[in-house]
Design a binder for this molecule. Sequence first.
Ligand code: IPE
Ligand code: IPE
Ligand code: MG
Length: 249
Amino acid sequence: MESVKNRLDKNNIPKHVAVIMDGNGRWAEKHGKARVFGHENGVESVRSVVEGAGEIGVKYLTLYAFSTENWDRPKNEVDALMELLVKAIEMETESLNKNNVRLSTIGDINSMPTSVKENLENCINTLNSNTGLNLVIALSYSSKWEIVNAVKGIVKDAIENKIKPELINNELFENYLSTAKIPDPELLIRTSGEYRISNFLLWQIAYSELYFTEKLWPDYRKEDFFEAILDYQNRERRFGKTSEQLISQ
Ligand code: IPE
Ligand code: IPE
Ligand code: MG
């Protein structure tokens, strides 16, 4: 069957796509296995989507891998996820490098175990000079955490007279977010048939197109990703204007 990729408009590829990778636990349950089995099988989906994003020229791909709230899961699941992260980063570094991918993270990385932090640092350094897809992994991330953090930074700089409060605007605020210098995602995808944002990129998705799919994350592949891009390309992004205004522009 012909790939959806060939039907994509090469001139309208989103620069930044964000993904809430959800449904690992339900996928495992469906297969009569423990939740961790779902997380393990989600790694293949990450590999496929990262490849697909690179193939069509997406510049930034942000993956929600672990939220602030996920710390409240049973200890054995959190531990298994941390272990899996270490393994996956180690295993994938070489092929990411071959694919010219750069890596960065957003979130409270200091709260991650030392083994994860060290592995991440190694991987980030190895991929540092690559020029293709920028892969951004959200770890111990939540949007409210990020926004409160930004406010702290702004207040500190205001007290130290580095910024004038009357000059605070959207642009300045964005410089204090962990996504500073990364354009806002044009498209946000969530798998597993949940219709919520779960504390992800609240500021940055103010005008993003939202795409929901029933597929569980471990079943998700680049072909599904291309479907989402095609759907995105058929939308009219009006940014508050009227359709007529856009046509006459
Ligand atoms: C997403 O899958 C992965 C993480 C949140 C770490 P889930 O583990 O949330 O799977 P479901 O939603 O319970 O099926
Ligand atoms: C969101 O998924 C977080 C990640 C995908 C890492 P959750 O499964 O934790 O979200 P809720 O709790 O169902 O909203
Ligand atoms: Mg979930």
